[in-house]
Write a protein that binds this ligand. Structure first.
Ligand SMILES: Cc1cc2nc3c(=O)[nH]c(=O)nc-3n(C[C@H](O)[C@H](O)[C@H](O)COP(=O)(O)O)c2cc1C
Length: 257
């Protein structure tokens, strides 16, 4: 009898352990848990500024969006990190990335640090001119292209395409576990083009520095990239150049040993 109780406790705790391990997973292959209908996904994407160049989404892309569903990110761990002065002291550019994937929790923390919402009125960890919130963050991954929906802290699949090869002219961008792509959204800024592009650049700088400091705190490697063919990347992302502009990219990963 006592043995039976022990075996039951062991089985339950083992199951609990593996269940918790699952939460530490990387970006899933598909995401049946929070799967939404194809229509929901497409509508939400359009609203949040990641509409594709084409009016009609090709069947392959629609299938990818449907299979993945929206990925709800775990809550960011706001009680983590080293003191700010130490993070500033450690901030640096690193160009050597391990191929190891980042756990979903780190991706969640990273995106929130970059420009997640940090106040009830919807303002962010990074400032933007007149609170335009015009810098969209895309995540390029071997599994595809994802869009950060900061309002519900989730990742929306956009394209089943690995666009990392277009995120920089240096080899390491092809294989870094993920590359953040900062995209200015003209529709969110009602100003002359020159002024808008000035704010695209300044506002991206704040996001990028947040990422640098987060990486300094978490011992991750990162480098902000301006040396790339921005038009080609936008094209690969199937975004309309009348509505969007790639500003900079930023690979993030564990440092190579
Ligand atoms: C706007 C901008 C664009 C950059 N573009 C690149 C780039 O394309 N490739 C690269 O390896 N480093 C790039 N860097 C990183 C700089 O080379 C780096 O910040 C500089 O050498 C100083 O090193 P530190 O960041 O470690 O202080 C860029 C930095 C900035 C601010």
């Amino acid at each position: 009898m006592f043995n039976k109780i022990l075996i039951t406790i062991y089985t339950i705790s083992t199951l609990f352990f593996f269940n918790n391990c699952k939460k530490e997973e990387e970006l899933p292959d598909s995401n049946p848990v929070s799967k939404k209908t194809e229509k929901d996904s497409v509508d939400k994407t359009a609203k949040q500024g990641s509409s594709t160049k084409m009016d009609k989404i090709p069947a392959k892309t629609a299938k990818f969006i449907k299979e993945f569903g929206t990925i709800s990110l775990p809550d960011p761990r706001k009680d983590r990190g080293i003191p700010l002065m130490k993070a500033l002291n450690n901030r640096k550019t690193s160009r050597k990335f391990s191929l190891q994937q980042l756990p979903l929790q780190i991706i969640s923390d990273l995106l929130w640090a970059a420009s997640g919402i940090n106040r009830p009125e919807g303002k962010m960890t990074a400032p933007t001119a007149a609170n335009s919130q015009e810098i969209e963050i895309y995540l390029a991954h071997e599994k595809g292209l994802f869009y950060y929906q900061r309002k519900d802290h989730s990742l929306k699949p956009v394209l089943e395409k690995d666009v990392r090869v277009e995120t920089g002219k240096q080899k390491f961008t092809d294989t870094a576990p993920l590359v953040l792509i900062y995209v200015g959204n003209y529709q969110k800024m009602d100003r002359p083009r020159e002024k808008t592009e000035f704010y695209f650049a300044t506002d991206t700088g704040f996001v990028s520095q947040n990422v640098y400091l987060f990486c300094a705190s978490e011992n991750l490697a990162t480098v902000v990239i301006g040396w790339l063919d921005k038009e080609k990347l936008l094209e690969a992302m199937e975004l309309d150049s009348k509505k969007y502009k790639v500003v900079l990219t930023q690979p993030v990963g564990f440092p190579a040993k």
